[in-house]
Ligand binder design. Structure first.
Ligand code: 3PG
Length: 402
């Protein structure tokens, strides 16, 4: 796609799709990461004289106007982070939005109300796409984290306007390419998570791309069970045992070093501070469940990290929200952070709980790149084509109308 290097924003109405789907509690933003990461694009466009019109979804109001899902409080948080005023329009199309976009001066910023208040947004409705497009002269997508959605504001709108990728979009893609498409080898991946069923495509795609694949989280229990081991009352998927065996066979055939836990921290109860025991992965007694990887697994994983040049991390190794079952994730994340900081490893992390797990381990800022994306990061790892990217890539040849 075309980057902002090829756009002169001066005097233009820039329809800028961002992802302001940020965590909120009691009307306050609790994690500013997504806001911080779109600031360079907003600032660049505004400072060069663009009239910046921000589009975003928030939460899942399903085409209804749900006041609790208004973007209004986020306009305030964004203005504070930018150190500039951010105007707000109470709809993303219609007379209010039109008037607000018309009265914008060069360098001013306007946030339109939640695009998902419109029933046509998630249907990628042609009329809504055209109505959104009529508010701008050009379209810039800086929402990689929403690029897996073929919605009016992420896909449809791009067919009407000259389209560009923003600075965050550029950074996300560069990091992902460097991690998986053209990595410095050996490249490894750590994948945690509860279910093989939700990560199947991801695992299969990674087997084709990485030299080492380490499995953690409850998913690992299913792999252990597939090897005929007793996993007690650990979370596992009985209908995925054959699939797990297939993945292990594929890993062997593809020469990918598949790493499973060799020991586990187990407990009889799923609660913070419950009594624990450390056992080899083949000795989980009945009535006990695995809630984290053990110290031998940490040693093994850390020794594997030392042999890698690139690491992709998705998902925690254990129930990190529930100490002491955070120790495995913490120890491996800290080693990855140490190696990355020392310039020995490039670590790209993202998806689901990964950001909170790395923050919890205190190494979020030590990674080479941490994606702001959840689902989109996973779909990228699955090797899927993201409609938001296709939309801005196919409009490359369009020339600016003004
Ligand atoms: C996300 O938080 O992953 C994106 O904003 C997409 O949100 P969605 O899963 O509701 O489409």
């Amino acid at each position: 796609f075309a980057t902002l290097d090829t756009l002169d924003p001066k005097g233009k109405r820039i329809l800028l799709r961002v992802d302001l789907n940020v965590p909120m509690k009691d009307g306050q933003v609790t994690d500013q990461t997504r806001i911080e990461r779109i600031i360079p694009t907003i600032r660049e466009l505004a400072e060069k004289g663009g009239r910046v019109i921000l589009l975003s979804h928030f939460d899942r109001p399903k085409g209804q106007v749900v006041p609790a899902m208004s973007l209004k409080p986020i306009a305030t948080a964004l203005a504070t982070a930018l150190g500039r005023p951010v105007n707000f329009a109470h709809d993303c199309i219609g007379p209010d939005a039109e008037a607000a976009t018309r009265s914008l001066n060069d360098g001013e910023i306007l946030l339109l109300e939640n695009t998902r208040f419109q029933p046509g947004e998630e249907q990628n409705d042609a009329e809504l796409s055209a109505a959104l497009a009529s508010l701008g002269d050009v379209y810039v997508n800086d929402a990689f984290s929403a690029a897996h959605r073929a919605h009016a504001s992420t896909a449809g709108v791009a067919s009407h306007l000259p389209s560009f990728g923003g600075r965050l979009m550029e950074a996300e893609l560069q990091a992902l390419y460097a991690a998986l498409e053209n990595p410095e080898r050996p490249v490894g991946a750590i994948v945690g998570g509860a279910k093989i069923s939700t990560k199947l495509q991801l695992l299969e795609n990674l087997l084709d791309k990485v030299d080492m694949l380490a499995i953690g989280g409850a998913m690992a229990n299913t792999f252990l069970a597939a090897q005929g081991l007793n996993v007690g009352k650990s979370l596992k998927e009985d209908d995925m045992l054959d699939t797990a065996r297939l993945i292990m066979a594929q890993a062997k055939a593809k020469n990918c070093d598949l790493i499973l836990p060799v020991d586990m921290i187990i407990s009889e109860d799923f609660m913070a501070g419950a009594p624990t025991s450390t056992v080899p992965a083949n000795a989980i007694p009945d009535g006990w469940m695995a809630l984290d990887v053990g110290p031998e697994t940490v040693k093994l994983l850390n020794s594997k990290l030392a042999g890698l040049k690139t690491l992709v991390w998705n998902g925690p190794l254990g129930v990190f929200e529930l100490p002491p079952f955070d120790e495995g994730t913490n120890a491996v994340a800290q080693e990855a952070g140490r190696l990355t900081k020392a310039g020995k490893l490039k670590t790209v992390a993202g998806g689901g709980d990964t950001v909170s797990a790395l923050r919890h381990a205190g190494v979020l800022h030590d990674m080479t790149y941490v994606s702001t994306a959840g689902g989109a990061f996973l779909e990228w790892l699955e090797g899927k084509v993201l409609p938001g990217l296709t939309a801005i890539s196919t409009t490359l040849e369009k020339t600016l109308p003004i």
